[in-house]
Design a binder for this molecule. Sequence first.
Ligand SMILES: C[S@@+](CC[C@H](N)C(=O)[O-])C[C@H]1O[C@@H](n2cnc3c(N)ncnc32)[C@H](O)[C@@H]1O
Length: 215
Amino acid sequence: MHYKQKSDPNSLYDEDDPQFWEDIYLADDAGWDLEGPTPIFSELADQFPKGDLCIIGCGRGYDAITFAKRGFNVTAVDFAPSPIFSLKKMADQAKIKMNILEKDIFTLLPDHESSFDYVIEQTCFCAIHPSHREDYRMMAQGILRSGGHLVGLWFPLDKDLNEGGPPYGTNIDEVKSIFHPNWEIMREEFPEHSIKPRKGREKLIIFKKVDGGVK
Ligand SMILES: C[S@@+](CC[C@H](N)C(=O)[O-])C[C@H]1O[C@@H](n2cnc3c(N)ncnc32)[C@H](O)[C@@H]1O
């Protein structure tokens, strides 16, 4: 997985600008794109009770299709136009209904307050600047219902923050300290079916929101 770096003289935008990501999609250089569903999310789609589910920074949204096919009421959000276009096309072709939003995840509140039973995270947390991690926590806490779950593949655990990004590094202690208090850990494991380049570098942690308010 690689990204254009801000130090790249060809990259004129910061990662909080949709054009930064759009340029990578247009250059067909989205090294994070699995070109299909994420195995662990396909397993979870069979295990979780159905509900309202939001995929943030969904990219081309293969997992959005999977969850929708299994009966979840899916909202997929990304602020780059190209992947949203691809996902709309894929959903139309599969005759699947879902809510596809070309939108900044930091603008989901207040319209989507307490709207979801699940929020799905995959390489969105590492895509945003670390100075927005607290905003990310508030967004996730705000859009989930009380008792809802933040289902994250936290990545990349082998990269230090001072190495820059995106992707910006994190570690398990940091992730747990962000989603605390008002969150309970329901499940934590290194997925057996992580894709090869991410094996041991991403960890599934499912947090449950245990209070009703946004703090
Ligand atoms: C590394 S890609 C991951 C895409 C997808 N989750 C996947 O695994 O294929 C990060 C995605 O997050 C999107 N993104 C980054 N910051 C965002 C923001 N503030 N609001 C909405 N989308 C954002 C980018 O456009 C990009 O599609």
